[in-house]
Design a protein around this ligand. Structure first.
Ligand code: NI
Length: 300
């Protein structure tokens, strides 16, 4: 696939443009954008899932004159449903190399904006699991994150280990973070990640019943909070990423942000496509309903 090469000085691609024409407006993206309920009866559209373009789009950053790969703009619904039996996700069914990049423990006044620049240059939309207390301290960073098309997820108000809390404290942690994000950026969150990944099965039920949140864990963990070496962080992400992966990282750490250009560019050149967690869940729903109707074409 021949990538378009804008000349130096030309603007970077508009994320809202349909730049990946082979994906097509009549393909599964449109289907996902429509009613999920109707998907099952239109199984023919799934042929698109198995024919993902392998080429990587690139452009030249006019400031640096550097060739940068970028994520194709994709119209993928972020509407997902969660049934009671499956409310915790570490990874998802994916029709191809779809992954979700997630960043925890922000916003950070310097590292998060730097990360947003890196993501914008690559047209990558990520999911930020924010701490409400930090949202209150840096509301402008969250506003920018939302304005640039990223998803915000609930990472509690004060980042305590929730398994040590009673139900009323658990609900407060969720509620206070909801208020902080609403006040800062005017959006409601649809997914949560417990600090340290710690949430009992009962607490997951409570969180799902009260807020409708699925619990989002991860399948790729570069241990970036422990190893503050960008090359180690990026190589772990590259080695461990798989189709349907939910990748954990922390925008709190400058070393993690420094690891991102190489990690993201390598994955883009390998054909990975980045979507938000909600979009990944919508794709998962879509494939799961297909698999239920026709087990012989199960993706797993
Ligand atoms: Ni955390």
């Amino acid at each position: 696939m021949q990538p378009p090469f804008p000349q130096p000085g030309q603007p970077l691609p508009d994320p809202n443009d349909a730049t990946w024409s082979r994906f097509g407006r009549r393909g599964f993206l449109t289907l996902l954008g429509g009613s999920l309920a109707s998907c099952a009866s239109r199984g023919d559209s799934f042929t698109d899932l198995d024919n993902l373009p392998s080429g990587t789009l690139t452009h030249i950053n006019p400031q640096t004159q550097r060739v940068v790969p970028y994520n194709p703009s994709m119209r993928v619904s972020s509407n997902f449903s969660v049934d009671n039996a499956d409310r915790t996700y570490r990874q998802t069914l994916a029709p191809g190399k779809f992954v979700a990049m997630t960043f925890d423990d922000g916003p950070h006044p310097e590292n998060t904006p730097r990360l947003l620049n890196i993501l914008r240059e690559r047209n990558i939309k990520a999911t930020f699991f924010v701490i409400g207390r930090s949202v209150e301290a840096y509301p402008h960073v969250v506003r920018r994150t939302v304005e640039e098309g990223h998803e915000i997820g609930n990472h509690t108000q004060t980042h305590r280990l929730l398994t040590s809390l009673g139900t009323s404290s658990l609900l407060w942690e969720m509620d206070a973070c909801i208020r902080s994000v609403r006040n800062a950026a005017g959006v409601d969150m649809r997914v949560m990640r417990p600090p340290y990944g710690g949430l009992t099965q009962y607490q997951r039920q409570v969180v799902h019943q009260q807020f409708g949140y699925p619990t989002i864990l991860w399948s790729v963990d570069p241990l970036d909070w422990k190893n503050r070496v960008p090359s180690i962080v990026s190589s772990r992400i590259i080695q461990d990423t798989h189709p349907g992966a939910i990748i954990l990282a922390h925008d709190l750490h400058a070393t993690t942000v420094a690891a991102m250009p190489y990690a993201l560019d390598t994955l883009l050149y390998q054909g990975y496509r980045f979507v938000t967690v909600s979009q990944l869940l919508a794709i998962h729903n879509h494939l799961a309903s297909r698999a239920r109707l026709n087990p012989s074409v199960s993706n797993s």
